[in-house]
Design a binder for this molecule. Structure first.
Ligand SMILES: [Zn+2]
Length: 388
């Protein structure tokens, strides 16, 4: 018997994780894993349905209606193709032969699914558990975008998709694309027309604009990045053609911020550069800023109940809690900007219930001891959440 087979026999959660990992589920092609989860739920008395977009939804009714329900969420798709997933053990780490394991985010799905089985088949007093396993997080977030948020009663959501055991992220950054373009319509020949001061080169003009624009860290709080911007690409003229006075040029930036007001401040700095430029170059050239919000910010909530609760539960299991913020995107950002069936704003957190290393690569692995610990943290947290 292989080492992994022994570990799978010993720990139900490791076996559940491997079973889920063995169902390849590239983004938007999650049929196999959805089917597997539906059968698991049928066999284990877990009430499971699919929403209109085939996200999996599980609702375990409250045994005490005076208590609040809790929502748990993770995504079913993984980076990687439809090829077979063959897990193997190396020390305490589970890898997959020659491809991604899919610990991101099958670790979250496995943890929540076993938890659902435990709660659905116990008689502990609780306010209900709502679960959503989404499709297509990695490529387009279409699963979460199609979610039927107004059918959930919970206010608090644990999005179990962080890659480090004990992590509890309370805010995350938006993503906005900024394109600044310049048009200097006169153009002309680089020899004959070069002395004409009304024929400015758009390539040079975009460089002037860039030199006045912010770049990098814009705002931080307690040593953590809140707002930043980064230049992506510059397009002007043709590298091989030097006898034309360029008429068009553009530059792209990413803007990331976990604070809407700081993001607005940063955008205003860009706008001011462009306004000043347009005043200075009236009649000769014109620049324009276009902002496109791709992901809204996941702003920090003033409600500190859950972070405190998580810190306490994690410490009881001897897991070091890391209450922090992250400068990237996740499904938390969508929840944070939606409301539930009662019209309350969701308060989500990005939580790490296992440690997955080298995510999104064929060197990916899951330390199985961390998922076991993560499960204990979840159980303890739920007890504390439902304490009288
Ligand atoms: Zn993920």
């Amino acid at each position: 018997m292989s080492e992994l087979t022994e570990i799978r026999k010993k720990y139900e959660l490791v076996d559940l994780f491997c079973n889920l990992a063995e169902q390849p589920s590239p983004s938007t092609h999650e049929e196999k894993v959805i089917n597997w989860i539906q059968n698991y739920c049928k066999d284990n008395n877990i009430p499971c349905t699919l929403d209109n977009y085939k996200n999996v939804v599980i609702r375990i009714p409250a045994t005490d209606k005076s208590k609040d329900s809790l929502m748990l969420s993770s995504h079913m798709d993984v980076i990687g193709d439809d090829s077979p997933v063959k897990p193997y053990l190396e020390g305490v780490n589970i890898h997959a032969e020659g491809r991604t394991l899919g610990g991101d985010d099958k670790a979250g799905v496995a943890n929540i699914l076993l938890f659902a089985k435990e709660v659905a088949n116990s008689n502990i007093s609780h306010g209900g558990v709502e679960i959503m396993f989404t499709r297509d997080e990695e490529s387009g977030m279409s699963g979460i975008h199609h979610a039927e948020f107004d059918k959930f009663n919970s206010k608090y959501v644990l999005v179990c998709d962080s890659d480090t055991l004990g992590q509890f992220e309370i805010a995350g950054a938006s993503y906005t694309l900024l394109i600044i373009s310049v048009k200097a319509p006169k153009g002309g020949h680089s020899g004959i027309d070069i002395a004409d001061k009304t024929r400015k080169n758009a390539g040079k003009l975009i460089a002037d604009i860039i030199s006045k624009c912010p770049q990098g860290l814009f705002y931080e709080e307690n040593g953590q990045t809140v707002t930043s911007c980064n230049l992506g690409g510059i397009v002007a003229g043709d590298f091989k053609v030097t006898n034309i006075i360029n008429t068009d040029a553009k530059v792209s930036y990413s803007i990331r911020s976990s604070s809407r007001s700081k993001e607005e401040e940063l955008k205003n700095e860009f706008r001011k550069v462009v306004d000043d430029f347009n005043k200075e170059n009236e009649g000769i050239a014109k620049a324009e800023c276009v902002f496109e919000e791709h992901l809204p910010p996941f702003e920090k909530s003033n409600d500190e109940y859950l972070p405190i609760l998580f810190e306490t539960s994690a410490k009881k299991i001897v897991v070091t809690p890391d209450i922090t913020t992250f400068h990237a995107g996740a499904e938390t950002h969508i929840y944070a900007n939606k409301t539930n069936a009662k019209g309350e704003k969701f308060i989500p957190y990005l939580v790490g219930l296992a440690t997955v290393c080298n995510m999104h690569s064929s060197r990916e692995y899951l330390d199985y001891t961390t998922i076991l610990k993560g499960h204990e943290v979840l159980q303890e947290f739920f007890k504390d959440f439902n304490r009288d």
